[in-house]
Each structure stands twice: as structure tokens, then as C-alpha cells.
Design a protein around this ligand. Sequence first.
Ligand code: SAH
Length: 411
Amino acid sequence: MASFIYCGIDVEAFLGFVPCLASPEGSVPAYPARSSIPLPTRISPEQTMGDERLDVLELDQRGCESLAQRFGAKPFHGRNLFKWVHKHAVDDFDAMTDLPKSLRERLNAQAYVGKLGVASEQPSADGTIKWLLELPDGQRVETVFIPEERRSTLCVSSQVGCALDCAFCATARQGFNRNLTSGEILAQVRHAVQRIGKAPSNVVLMGMGEPLANFDAVVLATEVMQHDLAYMLSKYRVTLSTSGIVPNIRRLTEVSDVSLAVSLHAPDNRLRDELVPINRKYPLEELIPACRAYLRGDSRRRITWEYVMLDGVNDSLAQAKALIRLLEGTPSKVNLIPFNPFAGSGFRTSPQEQVEAFRQRLLRSGLVATTRKTRGDEIAAACGQLVGRVENRRRMVVPPTPATGGVVVRA
Ligand code: SAH
């Protein structure tokens, strides 16, 4: 039987998997293959939330159309379903008034709209809200809403934990647990929409995890974020932050146009090897050209380089100069991030004057450079420091080296 893959799910296999959903004639409308990305062929039992019903959040527009047809309705009913679920954030199929009753009945019996539990909600005085959201298998991820005067940003997680072991990152201390499905990534957006009452103007994949290590689910979720019938976010308003998995930056170049932020944090390989260990595999001489290629010569776009300011480690003016040289010829914006300290990190935040002197040095060279405002300080909600309840499941000791300025990286 041919496979038809929508939003990472082999709908045919899935529907076949649920006996009552399998069509006797086994026919599903043939849509063209969406992209060349190798997609997972079927939803796994964990992803079905121990429930044999289908989570419609795992489906893109075409998947919803296919599902509607399978349930005896028209493709446009599937489009409406997709719109109800994402644009209107409606959970209850019976409230989707323009769907035929028979379709609503089938949906009620055999599908559901995935929802995340709220383990905690921490509002901050500046309006920032951090949620600890619970996945169906009890794992928890953090999602942060950051309102500003004219815009709002939602920071979402792409994995439970992270395998990349960046020296200054709290999530790294948790180790890696599992990838989120595209539906679980989108469920974080829906949660915020339902809680805030409107869609955020920007979404950044800067929460827990390395988005490019969960490539298919992340690409599919960002497509839905950009979809006209869903969240309608432009390519400038969906930002994927990566530590620099070079082959996947190249793959992304072929299939996506979201904005790219890269966790640089050091101007040379010696220091970056220590701070962002994936650099040992994909050093700067591979990373920078791959990022430049991502821009595809579009003069309106640039790479955002994230640079966490660590006192005495990467914040000297000589390092600012080295950074300027490194980024020469690449349309860039440097975002200096004050380090968010956490217990046992072994790092200190650069003094504010040092951050400003570093920034001024970059500006003098013509680089665009900003300093990230710290938000939600008292709830440890800044993106990239989604500490949650970090358990030191895996403690590591990296001895101080000249490259880390003699700082104890892990204690
Ligand atoms: N894995 C992705 C996205 C996760 S974190 C990445 O590496 O880009 C988003 C940003 O926050 C990254 O630049 C990350 O390096 C940074 N970050 C992590 N821990 C931090 C901390 N304690 N203080 C400040 N920034 C931190």
C-alpha cells in the first residue's frame, strides 16, 4: 500500500493501524510529496498518547483534508478543521460549526486535539509568563511568553532536555530525553494563544533542546506557524536558534525560510570547542559558510549570532575584534546575551559596562549589535535559561583550561 505522509505522520499507516479507521478500499487522495525531507513514517505509540485516536495537531492542512475525506467529508472541511484548530484555537469538534455533523461525530470518536497539562505557571512583574508544560508521557518542557510594547514573543521548546552539552546552559545538565512531536511543539503555541487570548507576533525556537536535532518535527511545526490558515507568522517572525549542526543548516536551506539564529558564543574554535562542544564536529570554517549560504543572497536577511557574555571568558575587547574579523562578509546581527547564572554553572555574568564596551566595539566596525534585555528575571524565564527543576542527572567536570580563561566550567 502506498504511503501518504502528512506532517510527519504516515496517515495511511496510522489509519490502517486503527482498525475502525482503515478504509475498505484503502484509497487516500494522492497529494504530491511535500519535500525531500525523510519523514518518520508513522506516529509512534508514545506519540499517540497511549490513545489510539489521532491527534489532529500532528496533521498539516493536507493531512486534515485527507482525514476529512477518509471520514466521508470534503477536503475543504479538512481545511476548515485545520483553521478551527489553529487559527481559532478551538478544542471541541462540536464547536466547529461549519463541519458536517457526521464528520464531527467521526472526529469525536476517532481523533482529538492534543493538549498539554500545566504543571506550573509563573507570571513575572514585567508581564513575562513561564509555563512548565506537561506532555502526555509526563515529561515537562518550558515555554515562555514575553510581551513587549508593540510585539510579543513566544519561546518554545523542541526537545525534552538536550544532548549538546553547552557548558553554560542549564538544559544541558538535564541530558537528553526525547524529541517533541510537531504537534507537541504546536501545542505550546496553542497553549499560549488560549491563555493570552491572541497569537504571539513572534515565535522563537530557543527553549529547551536543539531544534536542528529534531529536524522533521521542527520544520513541520514552523510550516504550520507560517500557514495562512493557522498563525500567519512571516519568515521574519519565526526564528530557529541552533548551536550549529552544519549538515542540518544545509538541509534547512533547501526546505525552509525561517529566520536563523546561531549560538556562536566564541570568536575562535579553541574557545568554542569548550563552550559549544558541537564545534569540535562542525568548526567555524564550516559553520560560517553554511550560515551565509542559508541567506541565499537575500539582502534583506541576516544571521543573528547569539553571544552569551561570560565574565573573563569571551568578553574581552580583543575577542570583540576577533568576532568582527570572523563575521566579515556575512550579513549579521550580534545579540549579546547577559549570562543567566544558575547554581553550579561555574560562570559569572559579564559586568554591564563590559557588555556595553564589547557592543560599542562591534558597532564601531559597522556590525549591528544589540544586548538582550533580561526579562522575567525573578522567574528565571529568559530564553536559553529555562532551568525549570533541573536535576543533575548527569554531572560532568570539565577542568579549567586557558581556553575558558581558567574558569571552572562544571563544578
Ligand atoms: N539549542 C539551541 C536553542 C536553545 S537556547 C541553541 O543552542 O541555539 C537559546 C539561546 O540561549 C542559545 O544561544 C543558548 O546558547 C543561550 N543560553 C543557554 N544557556 C544560557 C544561559 N544560562 N544564559 C544565557 N544564555 C543562555
